[in-house]
Each structure stands twice: as C-alpha cells, then as structure tokens.
Design a binder for this molecule. Structure first.
Ligand code: NAP
Length: 274
C-alpha cells in the first residue's frame, strides 16, 4: 500500500523541495499548488527520477479547491499519511502602515488556510488512526520583530494552534510537528507584499530592516535543508513538537531561551539598530 503525502504551496521553495523529498522517500506525493501551470518543473523531475508525484490544484484560501483535492486523493488512495502545510506569503510593513484588510489577507493564507486544510484531512486520518501534520511556521513564530508584525502574528497564531492540536490529536494516533526555519533562500522575499509608503514615518526603519533581511536571504539556508528536516521529523518514532532549521534560527531561539525578555529585547535592538 502506498504511503500518501500532501504538500500545499509546492510550486516553489520549501514546498517544491519537500514534495520531491517525500516522493524520494517513497511517498505517493500530491504536490498541490494554486496554479497548476507551475507544476511542469516538478513533473519533469518526477519523470526523470521515476517518482510518484501528482500535481493537484489547491488554493488554501478557497475551500472548494481543498475539498475537491482531498476528495480526489481519498478516492484514489483511501488514506493520507502526511500533510505538510507550507503555503504562505510574507507581509511587510509596520503596524500603523498595515490596513485591517492587509492583516486579514495575511491570516487568511498563513493561518486560516492551514486550518481549512487540516480540517479537510482529519476525518480520514482519524478513521485510519494515524497521520502526521507538519506545519511550516518560522523562527518568526517565536520571536517578535519590527516591520513584519502581520507575518509574525500569523506565525505566532500557527504555533499556538499547533501546540494545542498536538494534545487533541494524539489520542487518535495523529502527530503534529512544527517546523521553524530561519531565513531560507526562496521566492518568499521576491514575492513579499510591502505596505510601507514613501512618506511613512516608519520608512527609514522599514528600509533598514528589509535591507538586512534581503541580504540574509541571499545567503540563506537552502530549502533542501528544510525538506531534509521534515523527512527526519516524520520518520522519527516520536517526533518532537518543534524543529528549527538553519544556524540563524538556532542562534535566535537559543538566545531567547537563555535571556530574560528585556535582555532579549536589548539583544535584538543591538542587532538591528546600532
Ligand atoms: N523563506 C524563508 O525565509 C522562510 C522562513 C520561515 C518560514 N517560511 C515559510 O515557508 C513557507 C513556504 O515559503 P517559501 O519560503 O518556500 O516561499 P515561496 O517560494 O514564495 O513559496 C510559497 C508558496 O506558497 C504558495 N502560496 C501562496 N499563497 C497560496 C495560496 N493561497 N494557496 C496555495 N498556495 C499558496 C506559493 O504559490 P504561488 O507560486 O502560486 O505564489 C508558493 O508555492 C511559507 O509558509 C513561509 O512563511 C519561509
């Protein structure tokens, strides 16, 4: 019987590499994406390597595409072993420069999109009494940071959701894993939505922080490292609640653990503003 995996946002970056890694691990992998015309590259690789990858339409903001995709998968395979909630985007702008609409859109994709997809797979995982749900959070889900409060809040919400559902799903044999990448070299920075206007009082701060982040992204950890960590996590007998990825993520999370709140705040201020 094929093991079955679903990945959201597989058109590029972490989702693309994770779908390939799962297929190379022997999973029949549904590489879902909102625009299936972007699926030709992964299908070419699958053909060359003889991998079981199917491209299926799934927009995490569109309930009916999720329902249709999950129905198709369950009809074909009658099981779902792994769901990787990866789809997301990066909203940039200080709080005063963000509209409620900008924030709602960010949560729609990065948080409610995950909720919708999880809710769609749970009946199948519950009835088979097994399954692994991998939520791609971020080091941004653990650490406040200026200029990206919308993105940070969506990832903090995802952390709270993941930590809570881990308890709820454990009695049904379903495991929940949070992945916390640092800065990864993907399209995330090229496709970000920046709400900072030229006359914003936060323009100087926003430009400085974003320059630093974009520079970090050029030297970022390759997305293959995230995929490797996901495989390690899902193949371990008792997966940990959280897996950071990248030296930057490990460094920030260790600093947060070792310092008081005010010491940590001073550390971030020194990194950013001195
Ligand atoms: N790169 C980093 O530094 C970093 C660090 C920590 C966490 N992450 C997280 O990693 C995840 C993947 O990002 P990435 O870095 O790999 O960036 P990416 O290359 O830009 O990939 C983002 C993916 O999400 C998809 N997507 C966006 N909105 C969607 C929607 N409504 N429905 C379905 N798919 C949607 C995109 O599809 P389209 O091609 O159609 O736009 C794309 O496939 C995100 O959740 C991000 O927050 C990234």
């Amino acid at each position: 019987m094929d093991k079955v995996a679903i990945v959201t946002g597989s058109s590029s970056g972490i989702g693309f590499e994770t779908a390939l890694a799962l297929a190379r691990e022997g999973y029949h992998t549904y590489a879902t994406m909102r625009d299936i015309r972007k699926g030709s590259k992964i299908l070419d690789i699958a053909k060359k390597e003889d991998l079981k990858i199917e491209v299926v339409e799934l927009d995490v903001n569109n309930e009916s595409t999720i329902k249709k995709a999950v129905e198709k998968i369950v009809n074909e395979k009658n099981r779902i072993d792994v769901l990787v909630n990866n789809a997301g985007y990066f909203l940039v702008g200080c709080l005063e420069d963000l509209s409620i609409g900008d924030l709602k859109d960010q949560f729609e994709t990065n948080f409610f999109g995950v909720v919708r997809t999880i809710q769609a797979v749970l009946p199948t995982m519950r009835s088979q009494k097994s399954g692994i749900i991998v939520n791609i959070s971020s080091v941004a889900g653990r650490i406040g940071f200026p200029v990206t409060p919308g993105y940070i809040s969506s990832k903090f919400a995802l952390e709270g959701l993941s930590e809570s559902m881990r308890y709820e799903l454990f009695p049904f044999g379903i495991k929940t894993i949070i992945i916390e990448p640092g800065v990864i070299k993907t399209n995330l920075f090229a496709t970000l939505k920046n709400t900072t206007k030229a006359n914003s009082p936060y323009k100087e701060m926003a430009d400085k922080v974003m320059k630093g982040l974009v520079m970090m992204s050029e030297m970022g950890t390759p997305p293959q490292e995230v995929a490797k960590t996901i495989i390690k996590a899902i193949t371990s007998e008792n997966p940990l609640p959280r897996y950071p990825v990248g030296n930057d993520a490990i460094m920030f999370l260790e600093a947060k653990k070792d310092k008081t709140d005010i010491e940590f705040e001073n550390y971030i201020k020194k990194e950013l503003f001195s």
